[in-house]
Design a protein around this ligand. Structure first.
Ligand SMILES: [Zn+2]
Length: 812
């Protein structure tokens, strides 16, 4: 159609975008994530608000303010808060907990607890479950799930405490923002919360069609009584590197145009008629959407509405705990065998280069010095250096080394000093040791690093219930980085069922540009994405990468977010090919182009039946607020999200869309925010989809099980209940990139269903009461918002009707 000969490119892109969106109703399934939900194209409802026509000005004002933010006392997206109120609340909270603790245990629970205590705590779940299945009576799940608990309800006309006009304006804004996220998630085949989608669907023209979800999810044979462990594959996934056994070459060609990859059905990319109709996001539309979002988050009435809803959610949760704590506890005690230790947890944010603890790294270095003293590990000015020589040049022996000399732990000097923290990545302050021991691409081809990672993997496998999503780096400096990385993984057989990879791309264009390694930003994008397109078109062209990519779940974007940004991303920003200046592109620019290319790649991968990838950047750890806006629009989930505590509108949106947030309070404590001010307990109480992660155990943790250390400290400092901890663990599995099949084993065969139907307490140890509370509470919020819009619609129709009648009467 118009996509070929069209004079304006944007117009062509738009038309193919629409065509494909309609075509994506029956999606193939991504192996790692819930399928993206098709976008409801036409909204019949009126979402005009008082800000219409002014988005651009408001957004630009906010952008430019964010450049000079440090001088301001409170930012325009914040809600002014007085500390005495906080203190009062804290006091009330404590009192409530005390009262609820005084409630006496029910006798039958005591008995249960005793039996629990007598039972031997075996680690052999498998056998236990087998035994259990031989006793059918015990195994039968209660036919009626727990629906009885103390519910908090609010009655009255104006339930939300604001006038209807305010509610309506806020509701329209919130719905508008949710539609924006849904659109970008659908376009890129990332997942969108089902419950929210259902409510949004009611507002759009298209009838509710839930079947599409069921079709998209492949049937697996996980029954209600299956074990909690997925079957283990007999063969190593990297055993067979034979290119002839790989899927055939599609013969497509690819070329990057204006920073986004385009696909052609022949290798000749000059012939525009052969261009493939894959959806690309439209830059103009994206900028417009971003401006809408920026304007929403500082709108006074909307801000105040969202702030009130969040306060209400906190209070409601306190009330829920006050009334149901004992019931939740009882439900957990009734479950045989399961406890916090043997439920599945995923460390959703951890960097591979610092995933071992200091003691582990130290032991490994000492062992390497004993085992391979004569091995050439490094080339200095054309001369090979052995490991022994490297240490001699530093005047060190194996005996001298200690955790203190290693000096890799973050301490009080790293707080608000990301530069000092970065320097801690070097053992003994020597970058050469980092090069030798914790890099995949060095003279020994990452041999030592591979060994350490495999040791970490072995520990995880032994712990059985702990899983990690490790970040490995691709810098975008050269075209062969992916091949080198994949060769490292395949050669050293670095694989574990407990581990999935995320690829982190550091935002370091300015550094490489200054070093003359890159001329423009598009080169960086090509280096990152071209190999991925090539291997998807023809797996045998990069056989190792094809194997390695099967365990990569998505992309991360990393760097110090508090670094000042010199640019505002708008339509005047140079295209990637013209970005030749010294300055680094802003965060949202990086994210947009990663998103755009990932979107095209995902559609190509879906054509091939390969799994699709997701975006999971570091976002909102520090820096300007628009990072979190980009995150909300473009990414499946984020890491950190600390700044949401200051932006009520965004926080409420992250809640309603259930955007996953991997939080690392120990890491924050060393770098950006002290532990007692961390917003995690507040987010959790409000029902945001938060999980606990370690970030960098090498720098922040002391024990052999850093993830347990993270949970343990959180539980003690914030007085989390066992139920809270299990909920956090369940969230971590839900938001992780592990396969749908694994999640069915870990959480229950119906985990995808909404509400308590999706919960299996025998696997998650989360009481149905808690899951039901979360679900019902969210439905109430969504209902409040959608009902306001519906009511308004009805009234408009009635008004129009009467006007019409009036007109007719006049005519008579
Ligand atoms: Zn991190």
């Amino acid at each position: 159609m118009s996509s070929a000969g069209c004079s304006t490119l944007i117009c062509g892109e738009l038309s193919c975008l629409k065509v494909d969106l309609r075509g994506t109703r029956h999606l193939l399934t991504s192996q790692h994530s819930l399928p993206g939900i098709p976008v409801a194209l036409k909204q019949s409802i009126d979402l005009r608000t008082s800000m219409d026509g002014k988005y651009k000005e408001i957004a630009e004002e906010l952008f430019s303010r964010s450049l000079a933010e440090s001088e301001m006392r409170s930012a325009p997206y914040e809600f002014p808060e007085d500390s005495p109120i906080e203190q009062l609340e804290e006091k009330r909270h404590r009192l409530e907990r005390q009262i609820s603790q005084d409630v006496k245990f029910e006798p039958d629970i005591l008995l249960r607890a005793k039996q629990e205590f007598m039972k031997t705590d075996s680690a052999t779940d498998l056998e236990y479950m087998k035994e259990q299945s031989q006793i059918p009576d015990l195994q039968e799940r209660e036919p009626v799930p727990e629906r009885e608990y103390q519910r908090v309800t609010i009655s009255g006309e104006e339930k939300c405490g604001v006038p209807f006009t305010d509610l309506l304006d806020a509701a329209k804004c919130v719905v508008k923002a949710l539609f924006i996220r849904q659109k970008y998630m659908g376009l890129s085949l990332q997942s969108f919360c089902r419950t929210t989608a259902r409510y949004l669907q009611e507002l759009s023209e298209r009838p509710l069609d839930l079947d599409i979800y069921e079709e998209e999810i492949p049937e697996t044979t996980v029954t209600a009584n299956a074990t909690v462990h997925p079957p283990v594959s007999e063969t190593h996934p990297y055993e067979n590197v034979d290119p002839t056994s790989m899927p055939p070459d599609m013969g497509y060609g690819c070329k990057m145009v204006d920073g986004v990859m385009h696909l052609y059905t022949t290798r000749n990319t000059m012939d525009k008629t052969t261009e493939l109709d894959l959806p690309y996001p439209d830059l103009q539309e994206y900028i417009a959407d971003m401006n809408v979002m920026m304007a929403l988050i500082i709108n006074g009435p909307v801000k105040s509405f969202c702030y009130r809803r969040l306060q209400y959610l906190s209070s409601k949760f306190q009330m829920h705990i006050l009334l149901n704590e004992m019931k939740e506890l009882a439900a957990q005690k009734k479950v045989p065998h399961r406890d916090f230790y043997n439920i599945r947890k995923v460390d959703t944010h951890i960097h591979a280069s610092s995933c071992m603890n200091q003691k582990h790294l130290l032991r490994f270095i000492k062992r390497a010095m004993k085992k391979y003293p004569k091995e050439i590990v490094h080339v200095e000015r054309g001369r090979g250096q052995t490991l022994m020589e490297v240490f001699e040049s530093m005047h060190l022996t194996a005996f001298d080394l200690s955790v203190d000399t290693l000096d890799m732990h973050a301490d009080r000097n790293t707080f608000h000093r990301f530069d000092k923290f970065n320097a801690k990545y070097n053992p003994i302050g020597e970058s050469i040791l980092r090069e030798i021991f914790i890099k995949t691409d060095n003279y020994i081809e990452g041999k030592y690093f591979g060994h350490i990672i495999k040791e970490v993997m072995a520990d995880l496998e032994e712990s059985k219930y702990q899983n990690v999503e490790l970040r490995l780096s691709i810098y975008g400096r050269s075209r062969n980085e992916w091949d080198k990385l994949a060769r490292w993984a395949v050669k050293h057989q670095v694989y574990s069922d407990n581990v999935r990879w995320l690829v982190q791309v550091p935002r370091l264009f300015d550094v490489y540009h200054t070093k003359k390694q890159l001329c423009n930003f598009q080169e960086m994008l090509e280096n990152i994405f071209m190999p991925l397109f090539e291997v998807t078109v023809d797996p045998s062209s990069h056989p190792e990468l094809h194997l390695f990519l099967q365990h990569v779940v998505g992309f991360d974007s990393v760097d110090d977010e508090s670094k000042p940004e010199q640019h505002i991303f708008n339509l005047d920003s140079p295209l990637p090919v013209n970005w030749t200046e010294e300055d680094n592109p802003p965060y949202s620019y990086y994210l947009y182009y990663m998103y755009a290319n990932m979107t095209v790649l995902n559609h190509l991968r879906r054509l091939r039946g390969f799994h699709t990838l997701v975006l999971r950047p570091h976002c909102g750890e520090a820096g300007p607020i628009h990072h979190l806006v980009s995150g909300f629009m473009l990414t499946e989930n984020i890491s950190h999200g600390l700044l949401l505590r200051k932006a009520p509108v965004l926080q409420y949106l992250y809640y309603l869309a259930q955007v996953g947030i991997a939080m690392s309070p120990l890491s924050n404590n060393s770098l950006f925010l002290s532990y007692h001010r961390n917003p995690l307990p507040e987010y959790l109480s409000r029902g945001l989809m938060v999980s606990l992660s370690t970030d960098d155990p090498l720098q922040f943790h002391f024990t052999k099980e850093p993830l347990m250390e993270e949970y343990s400290i959180a539980a003690q400092v914030w007085k989390l209940s066992s139920c809270d901890m299990c909920e956090l663990a369940r969230n971590s599995v839900l938001m992780s990139g592990f396969s749908h099949k694994a999640k069915r084993y870990w959480l229950g065969p119906n985990y995808i269903k909404e509400g308590q139907e999706g919960n299996d307490i025998r696997r998650t140890n989360v009481p149905d009461i808690r899951v039901a509370y979360r679900y019902e509470t969210m439905c109430e919020e969504l209902n409040l918002i959608t009902q306001a819009i519906h009511t308004d619609e009805l009234e408009t129709i009635r008004e129009e009707g009467s006007l019409c009648m009036g007109a007719v009467q006049v005519e008579k």
